[in-house]
Design a protein around this ligand. Sequence first.
Ligand code: SF4
Length: 350
Amino acid sequence: MTCPTAPEGRVRSGFLPDRTVHLHPLRRCNLACRHCYSLSSPRARDILSMEVLTPALRSLYDEGYEVLSLSGGEPMLYPELEALTRYARELGFRIVGITNGFRVTPRFDHLLDCFDGLAVSFDGMGATHDHVRGSPRAFDMAKAALRRLAEIGKPAAAAFTVSRDSLPEIPEFVEMAAAHDVRAVQLRPLVMAGRAPVAYADPALSVADMGRLWLIGRALAAAYEGRLSVHVDLAHARAIVADDAAWRGMLSESARLSDIVNPIVVTPDGVLKPFTFDFPAAFDLGRIEDLTDGGEAGIRVAARPLKGLLAAQLADLRRREEFIDWFAHCRDFAAALGGVVRYSPAAPCR
Ligand code: SF4
């Protein structure tokens, strides 16, 4: 059976449109949000140096990654942001990022030039957002950031974290985003990692909430068609199983890391993780320093157990009738398996 290929002749990789490096170059942030999965705060000190990042980015580009997505902490606080993004762009990466918006002001326009596109993160409308962010200015600053991005013509998106508290506020939020000339709204279920499990008694979305979120997203996508796109980070289990191209790409025998691991996550303390920041440590791929001097081969070997994980998930998904946050599902499935998975290369893709 031949596998479908991307337009440039490469095997497709997973469920993202682009092969993506999620780089968290620092843990420092001007905020300390209640739900922060990366445990970022003004006091956090973990940071990756340019000396470490430069060879790693070259290796990752050679492995097929094409989008560098900067997060944190707050990526606009990274002291060498301009040098880092200039180097990555020269390699061929497209640069995107996600910010809380406090630095998206005319004073920092030179930092906005570092990005081909920028998403501003939200956790709800005014009071809900400010409560989660622990700052009475947070919502106004994030809205002002959207205004500034529109003024300078920078492609902007709004990333909205959906909890039980913020779920009812989605329609009002999308209207606000449309009024600020945002191109896209991404609705992302709350990640129960980092500070979130401590901060919230029960904020995670139930299976029914996931269904509601998906329906709300579909309705808003239709209502705003032509003005902005509305994307929900959910898919029905049946639709995930049916995506032949994604499965064949992930389970291909290709040698490149980006065929199997998309996205790859680089944490502020230099750990390479598949798919999510909080993926179980049993599946860690190595350290960023390993991405030099031929160490990529070892990373590819470390990625092999993921194929067993993915194949086991495919079997599990066939029994499910629910909407799924795919990457969170991968993480939870990996945690349940405890890292003990096998994959036979002789097995068919599906
Ligand atoms: S959620 Fe984002 S803005 Fe809030 S502390 Fe974490 S990195 Fe900073």
